[in-house]
Design a protein around this ligand. Structure first.
Ligand SMILES: O=c1ccn([C@@H]2O[C@H](COP(=O)(O)O)[C@@H](O)[C@H]2O)c(=O)[nH]1
Length: 311
C-alpha cells in the first residue's frame, strides 16, 4: 500500500514532515528568474522553467532527509500548460530521488469525472488500449463531501496502482468551523467525515495498520487532532498549517501514535522562503531550505517517541 511506502520513508529519515512545493514566482530567487526571462522573455514558459529549477534545487538538497513533497496544483495551473508540465516534471524528479509525492489538488466530483481525476493523478490513462501514466503521484488530496460516489473511483485506482488519498476532514483555515464543526446529531461534520475515511480505508489496508485513505487535519487545531487520532486508528493524517499558519510542534504531536507515526506535517512557505527569513545570499536558497527542514524535524520529533515500525 502506498501509505506503507510513506511510512517506510518516514522511518528511514526519522522525519515526519513533508515539504510543500507551492512555488509562487515571487518565492523564486531573482538570479533564477533573470536567467529564464533572458532566455524566454517574461512569459508563462519562463515562469514555469524558473519554478522547475527552483523545485529541483530544493529536492536535490532535501531528498536524503525528507520523506515527501506536496506540490499544490494551483501554483502550477496558474502558469497554464507550461506550469502543468512543471508539475509533472517536479513529481517525476522527486520520485526518481525516492521521495513520496502527494499532489495537493483537493479534487472532487462524481462517477465518471472522478474516474478521470483518478486516472490523471494516481492511475493510468487509457490511450487506445495503451495505458499511460499522466502525472503519477503517490497520493492525492481530495474533498470527500460529495460522498462515496466521489471516493470509490479513487479507491479502485489506489488498489490497482498502490496509491493513496488524503480526504479533507478538519482543515487548517480559520473559517473551517463554519461547516466542519456543525453537529449532525451529536457528532461534528468533521468527525463524521473522519468515520467515513476509516470505513473507506477498510478496502485498502496497509501492513503497518494504516490504510490508503488518509485524512487532512490542520495543525492549527490540536484538540481536534487529538480527538481524531483517538477516533481513527487506521487513518494516516496529513497535517498542514505548521509554521506560516501558526501551528506548532507541541500541537501537531497530538496527531501521532505511540510509535511516532500516524501523521506527516506539512510546511510550504516556511521551507521555500527560508532563505528570505534567514536573509542569506539568495544563491543559498536550497541550503536554507535544508536547514529549515532539519530545524522543523528536530522541533517536531522533540515531542514524539522515537519513530519506529509497529511491533
Ligand atoms: O487544511 C488545509 C489543507 C491544505 N492546505 C495546504 O497546505 C499548504 C500550506 O502551506 P503553508 O505555506 O505551509 O501555510 C498549502 O498548499 C495549502 O493549500 C492547508 O494549508 N490547509
Amino acid at each position: 500500500m502506498s501509505m506503507d511506502r510513506l511510512i517506510e520513508n518516514i522511518v528511514k529519515t526519522q522525519n515526519p514532515s513533508v515539504v510543500g512545493l507551492d512555488p509562487k514566482l515571487e518565492y523564486v530567487p531573482e538570479f533564477i528568474k533573470e536567467k529564464k526571462f533572458k532566455k524566454y522573455d517574461r512569459t508563462l514558459k519562463a515562469a514555469a522553467k524558473a519554478i522547475l529549477e527552483f523545485n529541483k534545487c530544493i529536492i536535490d538538497e532535501i531528498h536524503d532527509i525528507c520523506p515527501a513533497i506536496k506540490p499544490q496544483a494551483a501554483y502550477y495551473e496558474m502558469y497554464g500548460y507550461e506550469g502543468v508540465k512543471t508539475l509533472y516534471k517536479t513529481i517525476q524528479y522527486a520520485k526518481e530521488k525516492g521521495m513520496f509525492v502527494m499532489t495537493d489538488g483537493k479534487r472532487n466530483d462524481i462517477g465518471a469525472t472522478m474516474e478521470a481525476y483518478a486516472a490523471a493523478h494516481l492511475g493510468l490513462t487509457d490511450v487506445g488500449g495503451e495505458k499511460i501514466e499522466a502525472f503519477g503521484a503517490d497520493a492525492l488530496t481530495v474533498n470527500g463531501y460529495l460522498g462515496s460516489d466521489g471516493i470509490n473511483p479513487l479507491l479502485e485506482q489506489c488498489k490497482l496502482y498502490d496509491k493513496g488519498i488524503f480526504v479533507l476532514v478538519k482543515t487548517s483555515n480559520k473559517s473551517s468551523g463554519e461547516l466542519q464543526d456543525l453537529k449532525i446529531g451529536d457528532k461534528t461534520v468533521y468527525a463524521t467525515m473522519g468515520d467515513m475515511c476509516e470505513k473507506w480505508g477498510t478496502e485498502v489496508m496497509g501492513k503497518y495498520g494504516y490504510s490508503g485513505v488518509g485524512a487532512v487535519v490542520g495543525a492549527t487545531y490540536p484538540e481536534q487532532l487529538a480527538e481524531m487520532r483517538a477516533a481513527l486508528p487506521h487513518t494516516f493524517f496529513l497535517v498542514p498549517g505548521y509554521g506560516a499558519q501558526g501551528g506548532g510542534a507541541e500541537g501537531v504531536s497530538k496527531g501521532f501514535d505511540k510509535n511516532g507515526l500516524g501523521a506527516i506535517v506539512n510546511s510550504s512557505r516556511g521551507v521555500m522562503c527560508a532563505y528570505k527569513k534567514e536573509e542569506c545570499d539568495e544563491h543559498d536558497f536550497a541550503k536554507a531550505a535544508r536547514r529549515e527542514v532539519i530545524r522543523m524535524k528536530e522541533d517536531i520529533i522533540s515531542y514524539l517517541p522515537r519513530i519506529a515500525f509497529p511491533e
